[in-house]
Design a protein around this ligand. Structure first.
Ligand code: SF4
Length: 289
């Protein structure tokens, strides 16, 4: 039986389809997909049923790629198009209930975490408080003694000052989300060590990925370093906008604990909070348009 040009085209298209399929399966396997035949016996069966991907015989002349049916693109032509479409589709935003549910699951994971030495001395983990209603997320350094005892961030004296700041901004306490770089109290309220901050970083990342705040307020130098990897003095950095992962505005400012020791710095923090409100298009208390 002689091979027609249509047979030749079909042969070429089938080989190309098989190659694409094989690459797709390998990609899925490298991405951790399950359900692929990993069992050696299954692989033998699979190998015996599927023709080996070899070069076509020397006599085979691949035709110029063209649609088999006029007007209908072949599969190899479609694959890059499908990938381009998939890459261009914006992710669907999660519903607020879904975000809350995922944060609750994350909180459970954090509660059992033993990734760094801080778990040895904690009473409990301190995940977060509040909501993203205002679009603002405050990120501090780590829990202190009161937070370790109550399981909530910023509930001690520094937290009460933060609450007064939030109220002065015209917001309710739970309109903002508040969390820390590390979720367990460092002993003696020391600064978290770099490996501790790094171990805890994925949790903060997941929180921020879910919340998608419009503005992050980084409270103190440790928060700026944990978020942005910048280790400059907070006095130099405060009040100057930065970007988290190239997209979320970050306002560095003094930590409320610093304000308790240095009340004169409150003016600077208030300026920074007014800048946050302006950035969000929210009214600045005491200012008329
Ligand atoms: Fe885990 Fe973070 Fe606590 Fe370390 S500080 S044990 S990484 S939750």
């Amino acid at each position: 039986m002689t091979e027609t040009s249509e047979d030749t085209a079909l042969h070429a298209d089938f080989l190309e389809w098989l190659r694409c399929f094989r690459e797709y399966v390998l990609f899925q396997a490298s991405s951790g997909a399950t359900g692929l035949p990993r069992d050696p016996a299954a692989q033998v069966v699979a190998a015996s049923n599927v023709p080996a991907l070899t070069e076509p015989p020397a006599s085979f002349k691949p035709p110029a790629p063209e649609p088999i049916i006029a007007g209908v693109p072949s599969l190899p032509d479609l694959v890059p198009q499908r990938l381009a479409v998939a890459a261009s589709v914006a992710p669907v935003p999660l519903a607020p209930e879904e975000i809350s549910a995922r944060l609750a699951v994350l909180q459970q994971r954090v509660a059992g975490c033993t990734q760094c030495r801080l778990h040895e001395t904690r009473t409990q983990t301190v995940f977060a408080r509040g909501t993203r209603k205002s679009g603002i997320c405050f990120v501090g350094e780590g829990p202190g003694a009161d937070e370790d005892e109550q399981g909530l961030p910023f509930v001690g004296k520094a937290g009460q000052l933060l609450d007064r700041m939030i109220a002065a901004m015209g917001l309710a306490r739970d309109d903002v989300y508040v969390c820390n770089i590390v979720k367990c109290r460092p002993p003696e309220n020391r600064k978290p060590q770099p490996d501790e901050a790094q171990a805890c970083r994925p949790y903060l990342q997941e929180q921020l990925d879910l919340l998608k705040p419009d503005v992050i307020v980084a409270l103190g130098a440790t928060a700026v370093e944990g978020l942005l990897g910048i280790s400059e003095g907070i006095t130099r950095m405060r009040g100057k906008w930065k970007l988290f992962q190239g997209q979320t505005a970050v306002m560095p400012t003094f930590h409320p604990a610093y304000l308790l020791r240095n009340p004169s710095a409150k003016h600077a923090v208030w300026d920074d909070m007014c800048e946050v409100l302006r950035h969000l298009g929210l009214p600045v208390p005491g200012k008329t348009k």
